[in-house]
Structures are given as structure tokens and as C-alpha cells.
Design a protein around this ligand. Structure first.
Ligand SMILES: NC(=O)c1ccc[n+]([C@@H]2O[C@H](COP(=O)([O-])OP(=O)(O)OC[C@H]3O[C@@H](n4cnc5c(N)ncnc54)[C@H](OP(=O)(O)O)[C@@H]3O)[C@@H](O)[C@H]2O)c1
Length: 260
């Protein structure tokens, strides 16, 4: 299998991660697939008739640094140093800062979406820079562009993802390792199903994965998918605060933990 490229994907048990796994597999990659629900990954791999020689599954909670670092190290030992690492695992839960319990949701969101992302990259950075090649892919969100009422944990975490990946990109600029930041718009996955607001330009995970694959292969530094959401995000960024606040005031809020 030497010579066959390898992709390491977190959040591979569902939605975008699973669609990315399918897309990279079709392109000839070997897969290193990570999530807590490893049985879901195994069931999907079996149903998709993946060649067992071309994938391995690692159970890890990305919010537990030792867990995800150990998964990365196990991947290097078992399958080799990946060509592409996609830090995709993420959670999205509404918060109300007046509620004490939502501070724990905030902490959990940062632990998964931010510390988990850096810890996913960590075991590979030194090896990739020594080799002089690789792609580190951070999955952000258009929610990074502006703070949405009721969605402070997620918006803050995703703007953190964008800023963190930009810092890393600068650090690795001359190393041959590319840092790719991808901000999905609205993708039809369990994470968005049940949202109480309109989701313009909603995409299937497979359509998203196709464009994300092309973005990773090209080594593009930053891309919003679909492009229409990129334009909308740029316009939203330009909107003066007073107008933005008024426009958002009637918008439905992301469900808080336990809300149905
Ligand atoms: N769907 C959208 O519209 C959209 C838009 C913008 C950005 N995104 C981002 O895209 C990424 C994937 O989202 P999705 O829509 O595919 O959501 P999803 O279907 O809910 O999948 C989330 C994935 O993350 C994994 N995950 C969550 N917490 C984890 C943890 N502590 N440790 C390890 N894995 C964990 C889950 O696996 P286990 O539960 O098995 O561990 C699951 O595989 C997220 O970063 C999300 O913020 C999504």
C-alpha cells in the first residue's frame, strides 16, 4: 500500500465526515477514520463495501487531548504518515448566557471544536514538516463570519477555528505543508436537521464533499462552500452593526441542550 495516499478524518461516523471519507476513497486514498461511535463507521464501511486493506478505524474523543493524540500516533504506526488530515469533528448547540449550565456547553464546544482541532493536527505536524508535504484541513463554518443571537458558543468557536488555522498557515508557510480552511454553509446533516430557521443554499453532504475534495487537492488556503454562501458572508461582514442586529433580531435560535 506504500505510495497510496492516506487521509485521516475526524467526525467520520456521520454527515460531512462520512461523505468526505467516501469521496477520498473513490479518489484512491486509504482512510484513517476517527469518531467516538466506531460501530457506526464500521457499519458504513461494510455497507459501502470498502476494501478492509484500505481503511482503519480509531475510536477517540477529540475533546480528550490524550485520546486524539494517541489515535493520531496509532495511525502513523499502523498506516503511516497521512497526506491529508481533516479536523472535521464538531458540535453545534445553542446557549443562553443567563443559564449556568450553558457555560458547560460553551466549554464543551471549545474543547471539541477548537482544542480538539489543534490536537488532531498535533501528532502530524513535525512529521509532515520533516517530509516537506501534507495538507492540514480545518473545518470552520460561515457561522464564523458574524455572531448570531443564541449561537455564541458555536460562532465564537468557529471564528476561533478560522483564526487558528490562519496562524498555523503562516507558521508552516515555507514547510511544504498547506493549511486549508473550509467553511461550509448549510449542509443537510444531523447537525442542521431540526434547525428553526431558513437554511439558504442547503447542500447534500456528497455535493459538499465533492467541492471540499477539489479544494483540498488544490491546497486552497480558504474557501466557503457553496460559493453563494461566500458572497452572502462577505456582504454580511460589510453590514453595519445596527443593521445586522436588526436583521438578526427575529431569527429563530439554535436549540439549547435538551430543547426539542
Ligand atoms: N452541517 C452543516 O451545515 C455545517 C455547517 C458548517 C460547519 N459544519 C461543521 O462540519 C463538521 C461536521 O459536521 P456535520 O454537519 O457532519 O455534523 P454531524 O453529522 O453531527 O457529525 C459530527 C461528527 O463529529 C463527531 N464528533 C462530535 N463530537 C466529537 C468528539 N467529542 N470526539 C470525536 N468526534 C466527535 C461525531 O462523531 P461521534 O459522535 O461518533 O463521536 C460525528 O461524526 C463540524 O465541525 C461542523 O461544525 C457543518
Amino acid at each position: 500500500m506504500a505510495g497510496t495516499p492516506l487521509v485521516f478524518i475526524t467526525g467520520a461516523s456521520s454527515g460531512i465526515g462520512q461523505a468526505l471519507a467516501a469521496r477520498f476513497y473513490r479518489a484512491g486514498y486509504r482512510l484513517a477514520l476517527v469518531a467516538r461511535r466506531t460501530a457506526e463507521i464500521e457499519a458504513w464501511a461494510t455497507a459501502s463495501r470498502l476494501d478492509p486493506a484500505r481503511y482503519a478505524v480509531y475510536g477517540a474523543d477529540v475533546a480528550l487531548t490524550d485520546d486524539i493524540v494517541a489515535a493520531g500516533e496509532a495511525c502513523v504506526a499502523r498506516q503511516g504518515l497521512p497526506d491529508v488530515v481533516i479536523a472535521n469533528a464538531g458540535i453545534s448547540i445553542g446557549i443562553d448566557t443567563a443559564e449556568r449550565s450553558d457555560l458547560d456547553v460553551l466549554a464543551r464546544t471549545f474543547a471539541v471544536n477548537n482544542i480538539g482541532l489543534a490536537a488532531t493536527f498535533h501528532p502530524f505536524v513535525r512529521g509532515m514538516t520533516q517530509r516537506g508535504s501534507g495538507r492540514l484541513v480545518g473545518i470552520g463554518s460561515v457561522a464564523a463570519i458574524r455572531g448570531l443571537p443564541g449561537h455564541g458558543a458555536y460562532c465564537a468557536s468557529k471564528s476561533g477555528v478560522v483564526a487558528y488555522c490562519e496562524s498555523l498557515r503562516g507558521e508552516l508557510r515555507t514547510s511544504g505543508v498547506r493549511v486549508v480552511t473550509i467553511c461550509p454553509g448549510y449542509i443537510d446533516t444531523p447537525l442542521t436537521q431540526g434547525n428553526r430557521y431558513g437554511m439558504p443554499f442547503l447542500m447534500t453532504p456528497d455535493a459538499f464533499a465533492q467541492q471540499a475534495f477539489d479544494t483540498v487537492e488544490a491546497g486552497t488556503s480558504y474557501r466557503v462552500i457553496p460559493w453563494q454562501m461566500g458572497v452572502a458572508a462577505k456582504l454580511l461582514r460589510l453590514l453595519p452593526n445596527a443593521l445586522f442586529d436588526r436583521a438578526m433580531s427575529g431569527r429563530g435560535r439554535k436549540k439549547r441542550l435538551g430543547e426539542s
